[in-house]
Design a protein around this ligand. Structure first.
Ligand code: ATP
Length: 357
């Protein structure tokens, strides 16, 4: 199967709302891509244009060399799973899966075989004759997936597929869906606003903001090398410190902080530094090694084997995640030193401070 390419895709709704703004993207054959971003950033609109459910107001959509921009949704042969699953409550599980095959004119015996094959794939073989109302949320989702896969879609599209499931089931289904996608090798695009979901499932994440792509890359790259302050704050937690560039280092209210390589901004430029909680170290004694800020411990909470330590450096809140055993000597109210290693600091234009999670 071929790559799916978007060239300058835009969607303007009435009243000047630019939901999607000149997006260029390639979805590689066999990859799972997550479209990730805050509510209203245009993820669903982009997915609906790929599905053929919305018409772009600009740009082209190509599958390999085939221009499918004007091909109607049913003729694209893409499978789609919606947030609501949109199953037929009056049909049983097998008939839900076989529905599209019946419409396509497949005979009853083949339909039944294909539906059984798919129910096997999503581990629902024993539920073929059950009514939809007699299934759990996770089982309904599997029916929706099996139904979307029934016609051997060329591309598999999912819009917030886990949002109706509780937290534990959602995590299980993320892994299951990823394994299924890898087994089938089907090009898949998942819309989500949940960064953990995107990190769990995706080969590549497209971070969107206000109708545009902010960054495209594998999960680790997006997390470790966010291209903008927006991406650093949207993916994972980060401590932000406002400062001013001084000879490649950054002067903050808590002291001078050095970077691994000089900050690429002119002297005097306002910048913000970001440091992930797991890279922010805290100790009761100064290391006398620079890149340290004095702070007070305001709150400590256990999160499984790790502990989150909340600090206040001047009026800037910081958060540090460390092994429980490393933080035994910390207590609320204590004066401590937050160490922000040069290699863990990211620098962005603009002066913002605080924790973003
Ligand atoms: P969410 O995570 O909340 O579903 P989203 O990122 O999927 O958000 P979209 O649903 O694509 O965002 O919406 C993008 C923008 O386009 C929003 O400002 C929304 O209000 C607007 N929009 C979406 N559909 C329409 C429509 N049919 N008519 C007018 N504006 C619309």
């Amino acid at each position: 199967m071929a790559d799916l390419t978007l060239r300058g895709i835009s969607k303007e709704f009435g009243g000047g709302v630019r939901a999607v703004d000149s997006v260029d993207l390639t979805f590689a054959n066999g990859e799972l891509t997550a479209l990730l971003g805050p509510s209203g950033c245009g993820k669903t609109t982009l997915l609906r244009m790929i599905a053929g459910l919305d018409t772009p107001t600009g740009g082209r959509i190509l599958l390999g060399s085939e221009d499918i921009t004007d091909v109607p949704a049913h003729a694209r042969r893409f499978g789609m799973v919606f947030q609501s699953f949109a199953l037929f409550p009056h049909l049983n599980v097998e008939d839900n899966v076989a529905y599209a095959l019946a419409i396509a004119g497949m005979d009853k015996a083949r339909r039944r075989n294909r539906a059984r094959e798919l129910l096997d794939l999503v581990q629902l073989a024993d539920y073929a004759t059950r009514r939809i109302g007699e299934l759990s949320g996770g089982q309904r989702q599997r029916v929706a997936i099996a139904r979307a896969l029934a016609q051997e879609p060329r591309i598999f599209l999912l819009d917030e597929p886990m949002s109706a499931l509780d937290a534990k089931l959602r995590e299980d289904m993320q892994v299951e869906l990823r394994l299924l996608q890898q087994k089938l090798g089907i090009t898949t695009i998942v819309v989500t606003h949940d960064q953990r979901e995107a990190m769990t499932m995706a080969d590549r994440i497209v971070v969107m903001s206000a109708g545009r792509t902010e960054q495209v890359g594998p999960p680790q790259e997006i997390y470790n090398r966010p291209a903008s302050r927006f991406v650093a704050s949207f993916i994972g937690k980060a401590n932000f410190l406002a400062g001013t560039v001084r000879d490649g280092a950054v002067e903050t209210a808590g002291g001078m902080l050095h970077l691994e390589s000089p900050a690429p901004f002119r002297n005097g430029a306002p910048v913000s530094l970001a440091c992930r909680p797991e890279s922010t170290r805290v100790s009761t004694r100064s290391r006398q090694a620079g890149n340290e800020i004095a702070a007070q411990v305001t709150f400590i909470r256990d999160i499984g084997p790790n502990r989150e330590v909340f600090l206040e450096a001047g009026d800037v809140p910081l958060i540090c995640e460390m092994r429980g055993s490393e933080s035994d000597d910390l207590s609320v109210g204590a004066t401590v030193f937050a160490h922000l290693p040069p290699e863990a600091l990211l620098v962005f234009p603009g002066d913002h401070a605080g924790i973003v999670s």
